[in-house]
Design a protein around this ligand. Structure first.
Ligand SMILES: Nc1ncnc2c1ncn2[C@@H]1O[C@H](COP(=O)(O)OP(=O)(O)O)[C@@H](O)[C@H]1O
Ligand SMILES: [Mg+2]
Length: 229
């Protein structure tokens, strides 16, 4: 469903991604693990089109998207939950979700979204800025989901969120995949979360994928080594 081939990205003269290649299938969740500064956010920004590729290709369901602007990639089926959530603090919860429906015919938030995240229904008239970090993360996921993506990208969704809520987010991602059979790509530093959601795990180091394993064959001690400084 998502096919990333030999992606190179640079900030000016400084090379950040050195030939990233991976595939993620329909109804599969893939985790990209890595410490700070290893290239996770750069990879996600290049997938959604915030950063241009120097070379390489990105396909969604067989369609090349790497030359498209972000809004076109969204139309072709990619949704993006950025690191730090980036919800609109002065808009209500409902309005925040509706920003994801900008190009939809019906602006009503689908009931399924509130069924997945009941707390968002309870808080729908509150300002986004008044939600806790975990609630904002759920809001950011809801906003991405209403675009009806084939591929959902989440950049460090557990960052700064308390352990009990991390469990809720893992449950929601697993529920979303079961309901919609979409592809989920998540970047992470929390290994327990990745092991809860991912069918396959990659490790990124210095802008290169240096490890791949299925969940069943994952040697967690080895991954922890990659994640420790
Ligand atoms: N806007 C930027 N300008 C220059 N270098 C950047 C910029 N953003 C990130 N980098 C560099 O790119 C590398 C990867 O960063 P990033 O993708 O943010 O890593 P991660 O998300 O894994 O923490 C780091 O060396 C970082 O310093
Ligand atoms: Mg990052």
């Amino acid at each position: 469903m998502l096919n990333v081939k030999d992606v190179f990205v640079a900030y000016g003269q400084s090379q950040a991604l050195h030939g990233i290649s991976f595939e993620a299938n329909r109804n599969e969740t893939v985790a990209i693990m890595g410490r700070n500064g290893m290239g996770k956010t750069t990879l996600f920004k290049s997938l959604i089109g915030v950063l241009p590729l120097k070379s390489g290709s990105i396909e969604v369901a067989g369609n090349a998207v790497h030359k498209d602007e972000s809004y076109k990639r969204v139309a072709k089926g990619i949704a993006y939950v950025p690191q730090g959530r980036m919800i609109f603090p002065t808009l209500t919860v409902e309005e925040n979700i509706q920003t994801g429906l900008e190009n939809a015919k019906v602006k009503k938030v689908p009931e399924e979204i509130y069924a997945l995240f009941p707390v968002l229904w309870d808080m729908r008239r509150r300002k986004g800025g008044n939600l806790s970090g975990g609630q904002q993360q759920q809001l950011a996921i809801a906003r991405a989901l209403v675009t009806d993506p084939k591929v959902l990208l989440l950049d460090e969704p557990t960052e700064g969120i308390q352990p009990s809520i991390i469990k809720d987010i893992a449950k929601a991602l697993n529920e979303i995949r079961k309901l919609r059979e979409i592809t989920i790509v998540v970047s992470e530093q929390v290994l327990s979360f990745a092991m809860d959601v991912a069918d396959r795990l990659f490790v990124i180091e210095g802008g290169r994928l240096v490890h791949e394993s299925t969940r069943a064959e994952t040697d967690t001690a080895r991954i922890k080594q990659f994640l420790s400084v």
